[in-house]
Design a protein around this ligand. Structure first.
Ligand code: GLN
Length: 538
């Protein structure tokens, strides 16, 4: 019998600049600890006031990631799931909005009668309660908490204060603080500069938080002298300054962090009896296939947020996983759907071995998606449509095969005589926008003998959803008779969840989001299927 170990908490803050990849560092350390046999999860605390990113335009913060239990979350949770291969939940993403909402609701209920409700202690107490929540389940040995934003931001102050209090309240060996900073390289002087890091750590220490480890993002290796200098000025031991050098793939970062002994520093600081070397064999095999592809294909991603790299993060990553599975480099070329027309579609899709039509909301770029889908259908080009991409393949088929030029989704044309995509019954009374879509995991039954069932190797699956509209079942028989088959249904409601055209090399539309569940170690069958079809076409 092992002695029961307290849950250990690792807090990760960032300084100097945003977008340094705190999420990747957190995921990498979590991966290493999990690979040592520990039970690990990661959570993200975001300082913005939205309750969740569900109502945010992807241009603001990139993709909205959806968990099994239907939380709309920050895209970093996607990294956590991909690196760790475990599911996250509503509890893994907390925002300032959620914190204030809880405190203000309690205030109205009279929970603080007679008291002035203040940032300290009421807001910070609620932050701390949430920081410790997953630890209280007893399911985890280590909880990593990433604090969004940059130290010094006005809005992250209560979170930093909560970390300070926990560092003070928890036993020394149960709590660790990691600060991620940037060491810029001045090419004119040919020098790496440490001053911004010194200032950032000073700011953190002014808030009372002492970092145990400083992770430095850098384009060039840090010399031992530089490490010693950072250590001295930032008040940590020299061995506790580690470099995170630009990597060829985010999936290489866990190995780099292991080489820098980050996992060892963590188990030592947290006094975890664990001398195991992390078991990373499958991870390394994946990296090896990723690094040495034998084939290449081009997939065109048709979407309306393509200008922002992170807007389709999970889809992009799912192609990385699927490509590695086939030892194939998948070059994803993004195309702004607004630019696609019947006249230029052949030219735009020239050279493509397959296309993916992306999820989305609203009218902009819809007609371009329809043009691209028509081209794929008529030219035997492998096609995968996700959510709105599936809905648009139904609209395209209705217009160009069934001969209903006015067919549309009720989302953009509620008065269409042929609303082939319509509002789901339980959405009709909904007026509130946030958190009210059909969200999270639902079961789906696949027709035996269909292509999609062949890809999954089974007929009972579960996938995550995020939508209000659905395939209009009134038209089901007409579509099926003309060759667009409904091959996936919700077993409880009968909602159509997947369609395909038999006889086409690869033409599948799914109402759910397969991209959320793809990981390096378990690439998603729909993505591996599309990549394989693209390779065959080539
Ligand atoms: N806008 C569509 C709907 O709400 C599709 C959503 C999506 O692509 N995630 O049904």
């Amino acid at each position: 019998m092992y002695p029961v170990m307290n849950t250990k908490y690792i807090f990760i803050t960032g300084g100097v600049a945003s977008s340094l990849g705190k999420g990747i560092i957190a995921s990498s350390l979590a991966k290493l600890l999990k690979a040592r046999g520990l039970r690990v999860t990661i959570q993200k605390f975001d300082p913005y006031i939205n309750i969740d990113p569900g109502t945010l335009n992807p241009y603001e913060h990139g993709e909205c990631y959806v968990t099994e239990d239907g939380a709309e979350t920050d895209l970093d949770l996607g990294h956590y799931e991909r690196f760790l291969g475990v599911h996250t939940s509503k509890a893994n993403n907390v925002t300032t909005g959620k914190i204030y909402h809880t405190v203000i609701t309690k205030e109205r209920e009279g929970a603080y009668l007679g008291k002035t409700v203040q940032i300290v202690p009421h807001i910070t107490d609620e932050i701390k309660r949430r920081m410790l929540l997953l630890g209280r389940t007893g399911e985890y040995d280590v909880i990593l908490t990433e604090i969004g934003g940059t130290v010094g931001d006005m809005e992250s102050q209560p979170f930093i204060e909560a970390v300070r209090q926990l560092q003070w309240e928890l036993p020394e060996e149960d709590c660790m603080s990691i600060h991620l900073t940037l060491i810029p390289y001045l090419s004119a002087a040919k020098e790496l500069k440490t001053k911004p890091t010194q200032h950032s750590v000073q700011m953190l220490q002014q808030s009372g938080v002492k970092p145990d480890v400083i992770v430095c993002r850098t384009e060039h290796p840090l010399t031992p002298e530089l490490r010693r200098k950072i250590a001295l000025f930032c008040n940590v031991k020299p061995g506790h300054v580690i470099q995170s050098i630009d990597a060829w793939s985010i999936y290489q970062v866990p190995l780099n962090m292991h080489e820098e002994h980050l996992d060892e520093l963590a188990v030592r600081k947290l006094q975890i009896d664990n001398y195991a070397q992390p078991d990373l064999e499958r991870w390394k095999a994946f990296l090896d296939r990723l690094r040495h592809p034998k084939h290449a294909v081009e997939i065109v991603l048709v979407g309306k947020y393509v200008e922002l790299q992170d807007a389709y993060k999970s889809i992009q990553e799912a192609f990385v996983h699927a490509g590695a599975a086939h030892e194939c480099k998948v070059n994803v070329r993004t195309v702004q759907s607004e630019t696609v027309t019947a006249e230029n579609v052949a030219e735009i899709l020239q050279g493509a071995d397959g296309i993916l039509v992306a999820p989305g909301f609203g009218e902009r770029g819809l007609e371009g998606k329809v043009c691209a889908i028509r081209y794929a259908r008529e030219n035997g080009l492998p096609f995968l449509g996700i959510c709105l991409g599936m809905q648009m393949c139904v609209v395209e088929f209705a217009r160009n095969v069934l001969g209903w030029p006015d067919a549309a989704s009720a989302e953009v044309n509620p008065s269409s005589p042929h609303p082939v995509i319509c509002l789901m019954e339980d959405q009709k009374a909904t007026t509130i926008k946030g958190g009210t879509m059909r969200l999270g995991a639902y079961a789906c039954h696949l027709e035996a003998g269909s292509r999609i069932a062949g890809l999954y190797w089974k007929t009972e699956i579960s996938e995550r959803h995020r939508h209000r509209y659905e395939f209009n079942s009134e038209y089901l028989d007409t579509f099926q008779a003309a060759g667009l088959k409904a091959v996936g249904h919700n077993p409880d409601t009968g909602l159509v969840e997947a369609v395909e055209i038999p006889g086409h090399p690869f033409f599948i539309g799914v109402q759910f989001h397969p991209e959320y569940k793809s990981t390096p170690e378990n690439p998603h069958p729909l993505f591996t299927g599309l990549v394989k079809a693209a390779m065959d076409r080539k």
